[in-house]
Design a protein around this ligand. Structure first.
Ligand code: KG4
Ligand code: ZN
Length: 389
């Protein structure tokens, strides 16, 4: 019998739902829907937690219906639900009035042929996480399905191990066998920059992390200084193609420190000072200004990539790792991907996520649930600062 997992992700500004079907130690993707709120948050230059949680409340029901339809698991219900089950679900959603109202639509659909519901419980923005968690709890109650709590960062790790093609089967054995241990994961997103050591499957140790801004956050803030909009990573990367990475020598914070931690706030400040000291002369909208900004973007990107690569290579050597996995939004960065491929010793297996799976999505959450089912004995609650262990 195939087993189906529905996964829900709401830790930041993407509302995402995916359904996968497990069969004989492999799975295929039945649906994978991501709705980004980036445009909405752009006006504020970053993600506003309460706005994100309101958007998740609006989006979850239509996305669930879309994901069930795509997975061919959507049917309209014939018989009526008891008032008690309706009440129980609504009670779970008492802090999400907008979602509770939209949940009425779910009462009209037949219990889908699912076996479990995977849900991101952290790290992330707690108000946003709670919306997904309470939604998953209400579905679990209504459909009588177990919940599988998933760590968002573990999802990013697995995003590099799964393909996104719908018909392709992802085999547990061949995927996990391809991972030679110890494995190291470089996780670079808007909220996190971490080096995670995996001595064996499912066992994690964070050996380094950022002491201030995350790599993606630095991209976003520098993009804001250059008036490139939000999210900044893709805009900086694009502009950088027209500039020179060696034009300005920005600092490489902590590159020589005897640990695996990162710090990007000094680099961000260096860009700010550079703009203050040199910006005025180029305050016109001519080609010189484009080149001026492009050089800043390229030189800033080069500094970030340098630090990430030097620290990663050193960690690989120190722990004699055999595999490198890269995950998180910044893993989409082409310069980082190219330079990593070039710099990596030949004996190390590199796993880079497909660019469609670098950003937040629910397929990676389903993947993490498939590869490493966690027990849901404890109460399921949001943990904004959850760490991998
Ligand atoms: O993993 P993600 O989608 O969300 C979090 O969990 O934070 O990462 C989003 C981050 C943003 O900061 C965005 O600017 C950055 O990833 N990003 C990039 C690129 N694409 C997205 N940074 C650098 N280069 C890119 N091409
Ligand atoms: Zn993420």
């Amino acid at each position: 019998m195939p087993k189906r997992i529905l996964a829900i992700e709401t830790s930041c500004d993407e509302t995402a739902i995916s359904v996968i079907e497990e069969r004989e130690q492999s799975f295929r993707v039945l649906s994978n829907i991501v709705s980004s709120q980036a445009k909405l948050h752009a006006a504020f230059g970053g993600v506003v937690p309460n706005l994100a949680s309101r958007e998740h409340q609006k989006n979850l029901v239509p996305i669930l219906i879309g994901a069930l339809k795509e997975a061919k698991l959507y049917r309209i219900k014939k018989e009526k639900l008891s008032n008690t089950s309706i009440h129980q679900c609504i009670e779970v959603l008492e802090r999400e009035p907008e979602l509770a109202q939209r949940f009425q639509k779910i009462f009209q659909i037949q219990k889908p042929a699912l076996d479990a519901i995977a849900i991101t419980v952290g790290p992330g923005l707690e108000p946003a996480l709670w919306v997904g968690i309470n939604f998953a709890k209400a579905l679990s109650l209504l459909w009588n399905k177990p919940l599988i709590p998933v760590n968002h960062m573990e999802g990013h790790i697995f995003s590099a191990l799964i393909a996104q093609k719908k018909e392709q089967r992802i085999s547990k054995r061949s995927t996990l066998n391809a991972l030679r241990y110890p494995a190291l994961a470089l996780l670079v997103s808007g909220g996190h920059t971490e080096l995670v050591l995996m001595k064996k499957p499912g066992r994690y140790r964070v050996i380094g992390e950022t002491l201030d801004d995350a790599a993606g956050e630095a991209f976003d803030k520098v993009a804001q200084m250059l008036k490139l909009g939000y999210p900044g990573g893709p805009a900086i990367a694009k502009l950088a193609e027209r500039g020179s990475g060696t034009a300005i020598s920005f600092p490489r914070p902590m590159i020589n420190a005897a640990n695996f931690n990162f710090s990007f706030s000094g680099l961000k400040t260096a860009v700010l000072y550079y703009l203050r000291d040199h910006g005025e002369r180029h305050a016109t909208r001519d080609m010189r200004q484009v080149k001026f900004k492009a050089d800043i973007a390229a030189s800033f990107q080069e500094a970030v990539v340098d630090v990430l690569i030097v620290k990663t290579l050193r960690a690989l050597k120190t722990y004699q790792a055999q595999t490198l996995i890269v995950g998180g939004g910044v893993a989409a960065n082409k310069r980082l991907r190219t330079r990593l491929r070039d710099a990596l010793p030949k004996n190390i297996n590199l796993f880079l996520p497909n660019p469609t799976l670098t950003g937040d999505n629910a397929l990676m959450i389903a993947g993490a649930a498939f590869f490493n089912k966690q027990k849901s004995a404890r109460a399921i609650r949001a943990d904004g600062n959850m760490t991998l262990h």
